[in-house]
Design a protein around this ligand. Structure first.
Ligand SMILES: Cc1cc2nc3c(=O)[nH]c(=O)nc-3n(C[C@H](O)[C@H](O)[C@H](O)COP(=O)(O)OP(=O)(O)OC[C@H]3O[C@@H](n4cnc5c(N)ncnc54)[C@H](O)[C@@H]3O)c2cc1C
Length: 319
């Protein structure tokens, strides 16, 4: 069966796109790893409009409930889309890791972002054994421990804030001569007597036995190799867009984010839309992603019915 739209991702952007597309009576398939998206690991979300405070897991289940209430929407969980190809007739083929293929007239990419890795020896081996990427989720596991946080921006400083109540000591290591976090975070984090800093530190290896015992780095000021004894390493060096499935057929910027028209969320390839954190637009937030998913779905609807994305008033006969 051929779909009108295939949505890749089940975060707020993908779910919102799914609800809007289904309500337009499009034939919709939503392929995703999980439903809920990045913030479903949070203890609480306090800026989701309509809920003063909602636990991350409850947020995810509310999204799933809303999605499953729609008619004519197929949902496949635990799916990873590996590629999207344009077919000679202008439609698209979407391929999953399991080797399945699906045909569709349009695609909405809502696959979000993932944490950037250091790519040093030991990082993979000790992931979950001292190496962590989500302070909101994992800070409580580092009670009375010495933790290294690699990074110098807002996410690194926010991770330190999460760790301060638990850890005995937190050492921030940054590659740069200075920190790029917002000044308000500087004051809060660097004012703590638990926090130490190392600038111009190039992380080279995470070492340990069963768990992390140290982080090896090069001191770029002196070119000396050093070792910081620690029980954990939080890697907070930014995010990478999950744009791989479409990277070869749509324009991406130098950060790998999908470039979209901010009016229609159409990419450089007509018929492929993108919404949420995976795009090149600023302000990565749940409400914003949900709004973008809604626009992408409406624009995909106009595209499929032949009016052209972003032309809701054009009447098309014989749809
Ligand atoms: C710890 C944390 C806390 C946060 N707290 C807040 C907050 O309090 N308030 C707020 O507004 N924002 C918060 N954010 C930001 C917010 O979570 C994001 O802006 C939002 O989730 C982006 O939505 P999205 O739908 O674009 O992507 P995501 O929510 O990241 O969803 C992406 C989806 O795509 C799926 N996926 C990825 N790759 C593929 C693939 N190849 N094939 C199929 N499916 C795929 C994933 O399984 C996932 O379902 C937080 C983020 C984090 C990490």
């Amino acid at each position: 069966m051929s779909y009108d739209v295939i949505i890749i991702g089940g975060g707020p952007a993908g779910v919102s796109a799914g609800v809007y597309a289904a309500r337009k009576k499009m034939r919709v398939l939503l392929l995703t790893g999980t439903i809920g998206g990045s913030s479903s690991v949070s203890a609480t979300i306090e800026n989701w409009i309509g809920d003063v405070s909602i636990a991350g897991y409850a947020f995810a289940s509310r999204l799933e409930e809303h999605l499953r209430a729609q008619d004519g929407l197929d949902i496949r969980l635990d799916e990873s889309v590996t590629g999207v190809t344009k077919l000679p007739d202008g439609s698209f083929e979407v391929k999953t890791e399991r080797g399945e293929t699906f045909e569709t007239k349009s695609v909405i990419v809502a696959s979000g972002v993932r944490h950037r890795h250091l790519g040093v020896p030991g990082e993979e081996t000790f992931t979950g054994k001292g190496v962590a990427y989500c302070s909101t989720c994992d800070a409580p596991f580092f009670r009375n421990k010495h933790v290294a946080v690699v990074g110098g921006g807002n996410s690194a400083f926010e991770a330190v804030e999460d760790l301060i109540p638990y850890a005995t000591k937190v050492t921030i290591l940054t590659l740069d001569p200075d920190f790029t976090a917002d000044p308000v975070l500087h004051d809060r984090v660097l004012g703590s007597d638990k926090v130490a800093t190392v600038r111009l530190a190039k992380s080279e290896e995470i070492v340990g036995e069963r768990k992390v015992t140290a982080l090896r780095y090069e001191d770029l000021a002196t070119n000396e190799k050093r070792e910081l004894s620690c029980d954990g390493v939080f890697v907070e060096i930014g995010m990478m867009p999950n744009a791989e499935p479409v990277r070869d057929i749509v324009e991406c910027n130098r950060l790998g984010e999908i470039v979209v028209n901010p009016r229609t969320f159409e990419t450089s390839t007509p018929g492929i839309f993108a919404a949420g954190d995976v795009t090149d637009l600023p302000y990565r937030q749940n409400n914003i992603s949900a709004g973008q998913g809604a626009v992408a779905a409406l624009a995909a609807y106009d595209f499929v019915r032949g009016a052209g994305a972003g032309n809701p008033t054009v009447v098309v006969k014989n749809v």
